[in-house]
Design a protein around this ligand. Sequence first.
Ligand code: HEM
Length: 685
Amino acid sequence: MWVTALSQLFPDSRDCALMLSGSSQAGFAGIDRAGRPGCITYEAVNEAFLQARAKVRLRHPHRSTTVFTLAQLGSALQETTRLLADRFRLSSDDIALDLPRINTQRTDIADFCPRSHRTDRRCDVTRYRRHDGDCNNLQHPTWGSALLPFKRLLPPAYADGVSEPRANREGFPLPNPRVVSAHVHRDEGPHDHAVSLMFAAWGQLMDHDLTFTAETKDPSDLREPNCCGSGRLRHPNCLPVSLPPDDRFYRLYKQTCMNMLRSLAGVSQDCLLGPRAQTNTATAYIDGNFLYGSNVRLGDELRLLKRGLMKVLPAFSDLGLKDLMPLKLQFPDDGCIRSSPDIYCFLAGDNRANENMALAVLHTVFLREHNRIASELGDINPLWDDEKLYQETRHILAATVQHITYTEFLPMLLGKETVEKYDLVPKSEGYWDGYDPNVDVTIPSAFVTAAFRFGHSLLPSVLERWSPSHVRIGAQRLSEVLKRPLDLYKPGWYDQYLIGLVNQVAQAMDHGITHEVTNHLFQQPSHRYGMDLASLNLQRAREHGVPGYNNYRHLCGLQPLRRWSDMLLALPNETVRRYQQVYEHPDDVDLWSAGISERPIPGSLVGPTFSCIIAQTFRNLRRGDRFWTITGDQTSEALSAAVRRKRQLADCTSVCDGLARLPHVGEKLTQNPENEYNIHPYTGM
Ligand code: HEM
């Protein structure tokens, strides 16, 4: 009967873009307002897209692809989704699982869909990774490429099924993010743990190799629109955090609003319909893109285009000191707090390089390392031209980042048991041959908005400077070196910060977050308050539609904690008590908040939920990368030699190379320097 009815209504079944299953919670799915059952036609999609384009003012297909042009198309696709959802009364599941099955290449959307997002194209096989990661996977060219969206481990939990930030399980607003931050993530003083600050800094650098969510900015000057002013014309992506009048800190400064904008809307591969997506402007692959950029235009801008070298600022050549990163002369205020117009931050492959001093130091380490390797390769291969030297060096640098991450960082973060369980142990001899083209490396939303933000818990309130003989010689408040890495202009301070990273112990991995980032994040020099990073984390995951903590426990095969008393199994008593005071139900608790508070797996820093999300992601990052360090056909002589050398140096890294002349540096730079097992292989100290 169903088939007969359909064929009568749609004599040409090729018109049907999607048969509806009738699974809607409301029981209406499959019936449009005109009472027609069963099918969303291509015509209906085209009508909705036309209406949506008018709303977002998308008149013609864009000739070039940028985050901003993609955001406009992404908003049109989101609006099309909303119109179809309304017209066909689709449930959240229909929107998330069925709408993306419509073949948009048979609709007017195809004309607007950029080539970079199409899957029906052939890849040219190249010798080296492309800067944008495109065609790393020859069968799935978009997997892991820059400018594609994050993937979902679970269907999104948007309040309206399309784009509205997550609500609580009853459909009402979740607790104010600042209330959760101020109540649960209080700064409760320093807690020593087993890792040095280098561990946290490496985590952030690693994150910046994997993710960079597209932010809402004014395309003309890259400034962030203000959502807290009184003007009526608010940016549509405004999502400020309201600060409660009784907030113990912000009330002192009469602040009631913290600026925040939604991440730009993204466009999925083949420009499919479905709930709002968010763009990763970085490649997912571990490829050193924080140094080289995630598009070839920036990549070229950073190159000297001679002898394989990158551009540098020879600020101290007269003092015999090494180079700094080049100056960021274009849009100098983007990501930089400048005390005067003639002071500049630094230019790198990732615009966040200036975000804090520790990060800027590590960027400088790798920039110098690139130029050191390129020069050495040039000396022993005089016939190699600039391009060959640059690409071989870039390949070695990516391998170095991979090596440090898998030999040193992940075992410390996840513990021995988990790295073995997820096959994350690097090979100590021979070549990696586990490449699997069916593995999608795309970074999950839960990883970028929550799990890999674990590092925010490790942040200290000051950054220490230490002398080459390992004496603490000074410290700067953390908030004073955010977006202001200007101490690098002081001769010798780079080394002091670098040695400080190895010697300073990070804060414990727990619910506590330093007030340097919960009250003073990116504080302007003339102010006494800044923003709150914990609130941003919570609001960000909600606006990306990331489901709550319990959903991820379930996904990871852990028991969901449905009663407050159950929560005591995984979280400290005090945290559960505080949750009870702000959340309505354990299912509402946000992933980042509970993830950092979870009791760690023995021998690791994080609890089972974050461990599962992070370990899966890193397993995919290795197995799904065709250019991973060296597989049989990717072997490069230079790289083989570099890997051999790395293995000889045990876990000591290129960071070590810069420090090798120092006595008393631990073998593991990311481990607590006081740890008695942390012995340097050279010095035996
Ligand atoms: C002083 C140090 C740090 C500062 C000031 C800082 C600040 C920030 C800020 C402002 C954001 C964006 C928040 C938003 O609007 O959503 C962010 C995102 C993030 N942070 Fe941090 N962070 C620091 C250290 C770290 C560390 C140590 C890690 C990990 C080990 C980390 C991991 C992340 C991740 C994964 C994101 C998401 C990035 C993306 O959206 O692509 N951060 N951080």
